[in-house]
Design a binder for this molecule. Structure first.
Ligand code: NA7
Length: 544
């Protein structure tokens, strides 16, 4: 992009996924000039990268979609209840076209650094192409699960076959016909891809460190009448979603605790939710599923029973039953035929908790005690979540303060939207935001709209910068910790806590108070003239 462009820029947005696309549209609506810098060769963010077999959304698409345009929500026809990656990518491509976003998106452009100049009160954002963009505002729409991780296993480079990470899947797809395939990792990506790889491969070996809870998705094509009914009721459903804890309509608001109910009542309620195929169904049955270990055990045991009913070999079933962490403290998966896959003759499960992988050699995977030769290896090993992508960018605020240094002991933000010392830098779905515990698109819309209103406020006030105050930030971090501390989340080694990345600070990053409560808090902050933020009305004096 020509350097001359940037003199006229108001904002640089990093990332062209759900967040970045809407942010661009929103800022344009304010009359601002913004540009989106995107590392991928196409738009779509998460849905651009994650092309592994079986990659699907785990929130119903009729709700996991933008609500900001009535025309868009009425004209788009979702084909499935839980569409696979290509359908969601088509949707985002359509959004980019429909709102003419592409002319301001620079693809194949990875942001490597961003620094704030106190004299001009502007950000300078540099890319791996060697150019830079200057603008008053910088919005990091970089995603929560966008830095994929391959564990540092000795001998990895010696493996002679192809290696894949689920989030770096080749665009042309992979044909495993006739091959012996190894999959490492049984989070959502492993759970979604394993059934399909098992159908194709000659042999599949799954290396499991931690069994996860997975619920049947009950995915199906959407019939037109059902689609129309949702569209007809969108105004009510979207309003309900926006103010609900998880950003979705229709979930029951529990009133009582699980242990106050009889075993029969509990079973009836769990069964009802199990049949519905909804990610947040089981946790919304009773008030105390995520706070009381005994209440949680009732639902965890219900899921384990389902696993034992499905998997014919009792030893395999046992290995698949999660016992080390409470239900819902890691994000459960929604699957299609996951547990039944282990009834196939060509699939075996290897417990690498008991006998860890010691190395990889030219032929395959070596554990303490056995060697598993494979032709191809799939890493479904997840991400350096929530902070990985931000910390990979050299972000410098006032006085040259590096965000990654400030966050060395864990991320600190005010409302998940800003960090003190970094004026005019906004985060979408950042640490301290509820996004990953909710319907991500509903959370993104809230963040984007709040940021746009905030930028508008700064401009209307004749100010040049807005920055979170340290006290407000400390209070927010305290509140985030207090809310999750009263819940069972710390009992799981999850990516919410950074526990999957060796050496990462163990801090519960998301705000667990729910989207509705979060929205009310953000609205109150805006209504009181951006309490907890400071506006600078003039550019900082030149330092000597
Ligand atoms: P996840 O949920 O982080 O899952 C990663 C999996 O890989 C998980 O089973 C890990 O076991 C396993 N893993 C990670 N590192 C290793 C090593 N070193 N050795 C063995 N096994 C390992 O990532 P996903 O991509 O599946 O899903 C991410 C989110 O995307 C998901 O929550 C949905 O919101 C969508 P562990 O549990 O750490 O023992």
């Amino acid at each position: 992009a020509p350097e001359t462009d940037s003199a006229a820029l108001d904002a640089v947005i990093v990332g062209a996924g759900f967040a970045g696309l809407y942010m661009l549209h929103k800022l344009r609506g304010l009359g601002l000039r913004a540009v989106v810098l995107e590392a991928g060769d196409g738009v779509g963010g998460t849905w651009y990268w994650n092309r592994y077999p079986g990659a699907r959304v785990d929130v119903e698409a009729m709700h996991y979609s933008y609500s900001f345009s009535t025309e868009l929500e009425q004209e788009w026809e979702w084909q499935e209840r839980y569409p696979a990656q290509p359908e969601i990518l088509r949707y985002l491509g359509h959004v980019a076209d429909r709102f003419e976003l592409r002319r301001d998106i620079r693809l194949s452009t990875r942001v490597v650094a961003a620094s704030y100049d106190e004299v001009t009160a502007r950000w300078s954002v540099s890319t791996d192409r060697g150019d830079s963009y200057e603008a008053r505002y910088c919005v990091m729409a970089t995603g929560c699960l966008s830095s994929s991780r391959v564990p540092d296993i000795e001998g990895l480079e010696a493996f002679e076959g192809p290696r894949y990470h689920t989030a770096q899947w080749p665009h042309e797809g992979v044909d495993f016909t006739g091959q012996r395939v190894g999959v490492i990792g049984t989070g959502s990506s492993g759970i979604q891809s394993i059934p399909l790889i098992a159908e194709q491969a000659a042999e599949l070996t799954v290396f499991q460190r931690t069994p996860n809870y997975s619920l049947p998705a009950r995915n199906r094509p959407l019939d037109p009448a059902e689609r129309d009914a949702v569209k007809h009721h969108y105004p009510r459903l979207r309003a309900e979603a926006r103010n609900s804890p998880v950003g979705l309509p229709g979930l029951s608001r529990p009133t009582g605790g699980a242990l106050a109910a009889s075993e029969e009542e509990r079973r009836a309620r769990y069964t009802e939710q199990w049949e519905k195929g909804l990610l947040h169904g089981l946790v919304s049955t009773y008030t105390d599923i995520l706070t009381d270990p005994d209440a949680n055990r009732t639902v965890a045991e219900f899921v384990r029973e389902k696993i034992r009913e499905t998997v014919s070999d009792p030893a395999t079933a046992d290995l698949l039953c999660p016992t080390g962490h409470p239900f819902g403290t890691k994000r459960p998966a929604l699957d299609t035929g996951y547990y039944a896959t282990y009834n196939r003759d060509n699939v075996r499960l290897v417990d690498i908790r008991r006998a860890p992988i010691t190395r990889i050699n030219a032929r395959g995977v070596v554990t303490a005690g056995a060697e598993y030769p494979v032709d191809a290896l799939v890493f479904a090993t997840g991400f350096d979540a929530m902070t990985g992508t931000l910390n990979a960018i050299d972000i410098r605020g006032r006085g040259g303060l590096a965000l990654r240094d400030k966050w060395a002991g864990g991320p600190v933000t005010y409302l998940g939207l800003q960090s003190a010392g970094f004026p005019n830098l906004f985060l979408v779905a950042g640490p301290g935001s509820p996004s990953v515990l909710t319907n991500m698109v509903a959370a993104i819309e809230q963040h984007v709209e709040w940021i746009a209103d905030c930028v508008d406020h700064v401009r209307q006030s004749g100010a040049v910068a807005i920055e979170a105050l340290e006290d407000a930030e400390a209070d927010w971090v305290g509140h985030v910790n207090e809310v999750s501390g009263a819940m069972l989340y710390s009992e799981a080694d999850s990516w919410y806590l950074g526990a999957n990345v060796p050496g990462k600070a163990r801090v519960f990053m998301p705000y667990a108070g729910g989207l509705g409560a979060y929205r009310r808090r953000c609205d109150a902050v805006a209504a009181t003239g951006y309490e907890g933020f400071v506006l600078s009305t003039s550019q900082a004096p030149e330092r000597t």
